[in-house]
Design a protein around this ligand. Structure first.
Ligand SMILES: [Zn+2]
Length: 471
């Protein structure tokens, strides 16, 4: 945030991405990272927050071995962004600070070692208003934030890599009055966050029901025990003795051209919520829309197919979406060793890393064949499968595999005559009222025609032949 050391969450060797500034050597001076400020301002614009005009960095003073300066550079009075809203959750503020080093305790040697690679990495802190009322809402909000950061290119926001961390504050209260809040730290996946929040709600509820008090404190989450545990009694902000850092200039953002609102807005792409809205307006299922927003490669493929179909072709778009969200996703999933879709691990990204194994143009041809009544839906699925395995042009494939529905009434009639002739007992059964006998005959005819016929039409033709008086 204030030096040129590399920010590499994949670095496994300790203490390699460090320099005198982030190691707090005497006489070193910090320099503000423009890109980090820009990213936070864009997040602020994307959530409709108010960008600061005047801003400054403050020293948050406390001692801890992972903080060599004895203070953390953060923002207190003048955060970069105030207010805003994301996924229906009101935001309080967004500010920028530097990360601390990470300390690791080794139980067997009873020694604590410190890795300064993370020391000084830019950290955007986003605080919400206390308006989230359930585990589900908390999970939805955190996932929406992750998507937003990815869309903006501000961060990959992988929780497993520590690129995004959640600190959940929970307070159980009565009659709309908030009780004492506790904060849970060290949550490194959405699942851990959801379990920890659920656990904490239960724990506080029990305490209150027994007439006991909730202590304001910071808790950790023990993944093994699936329980929270106390870390330290929470300090009040007064304890940190915040004051503006004398080594850094305060900023008047409106006077810095590259932080100009118009310029920043022009660099913001379509946001997840806008994208979701656009998909829903096409009339597709909300689960499909959610999938395309989360999995951007699938979304891009759907966009391509929609462009080919034309946005007015709602029937085609709906059919295409069904095949993409179900059949195509399954084909890709099976390709990736039948891995279930994992949402918030590195695997999530790998799932769609493999290219979508069919071009939008060929995919659209399959949709056209079915919409024009030339193939059955079963054939469409077979053609899709074949094309993802390199079958080439869907129309050529359908022709050469006799999947096109037989429009030739003469050959249909000839087939029906042949079937009726060879199955007189089934014909008699049907005449005497056994409906299943007709299905048997339809099946035989379908087989004879190698599936290239409309079963409804066949059923009608057979029925007319056997019971002409009914028609
Ligand atoms: Zn450094």
């Amino acid at each position: 945030m204030f030096c040129g050391s590399k920010n590499d969450p994949d670095e496994t060797r300790p203490n390699v991405n460090v320099c005198p500034v982030c190691l707090a050597h005497p006489g070193t001076l910090p320099v503000i990272n423009r890109e980090a400020v820009k990213h936070v301002l864009k997040v602020g614009l994307a959530v409709g927050g108010k960008l600061a005009d005047y801003t400054e960095f403050d020293r948050k003073n406390y001692f801890y071995p992972d903080l060599p300066k004895g203070y953390q550079l953060s923002q207190y009075e003048y955060p970069l962004v105030s207010g805003g809203e994301l996924g229906g959750v009101a935001l309080t503020r967004i500010h920028l600070e530097e990360d601390t080093a990470s300390s690791m305790h080794n139980e067997s040697t009873n020694a604590t070692t410190i890795d300064f690679n993370r020391s000084g990495v830019p950290l955007m802190e986003l605080v919400t208003e206390p308006v989230i009322h359930s585990v589900e809402e908390a999970g939805d909000f955190a996932r929406e934030l992750q998507l937003l950061l990815r869309y903006l290119g501000a961060s990959d926001a992988n929780m497993e890599k520590g690129e995004m961390r959640v600190e959940a504050n929970i307070s159980v209260g009565k009659g709309g009055v908030l009780g004492t809040k506790v904060e849970i730290k060290n949550l490194n996946s959405f699942r851990a966050m959801e379990r920890a929040v659920a656990h904490e709600i239960k724990r506080q509820t029990k305490l209150l029901e027994r007439g006991e008090e909730v202590v304001q404190q910071t808790l950790g989450w023990d993944e093994g025990k699936q329980a929270t545990f106390p870390q330290r009694i929470k300090e009040g902000s007064a304890d940190y003795r915040y004051f503006p850092d004398p080594d850094l200039p305060s900023l008047l953002l409106s006077e810095i051209a590259e932080f100009g609102k118009e310029k920043l807005v022009s660099e913001i792409p379509e946001m997840p919520s806008q994208r979701r809205q656009r998909y829903l307006s096409l009339g597709i299922k909300s689960e499909d829309a959610g999938l395309y927003v989360r999995e951007r490669k699938l979304g891009a493929f759907f966009d391509e197919v929609t462009a080919l179909l034309g946005s007015g072709d709602s029937k085609g778009i709906l059919l295409a979406s069904n095949y993409i969200a179900n059949d195509l996703v399954n084909l890709i999933r099976y390709k990736a060793d039948k891995q279930p879709l994992v949402r918030d691990t590195e695997q999530r990204d790998a799932d769609y890393q493999s290219e979508i194994p069919i071009s939008a143009r060929n995919f659209k041809k399959i949709i056209d064949l079915q919409l024009e009544g030339k193939i059955q839906s079963r054939s469409a699925k077979n053609i899709l499968l074949a094309c993802t395995k390199g079958a080439g042009d869907p129309v050529v494939y359908a022709e050469s595999n006799s999947l096109l529905l037989n429009e030739d009434n003469n050959s249909l009639t000839a087939t029906i005559d042949k079937i009726l002739k060879g199955n007189s007992s089934a014909v008699a059964d049907y005449k005497s009222g056994k409906a299943a006998a007709l299905e048997f005959l339809v099946g035989l005819a379908m087989k004879e025609l190698r599936g290239a016929a409309d079963p409804i039409k066949l059923r009608q033709l057979l029925d007319n032949k056997i019971r002409p008086e009914k028609s």
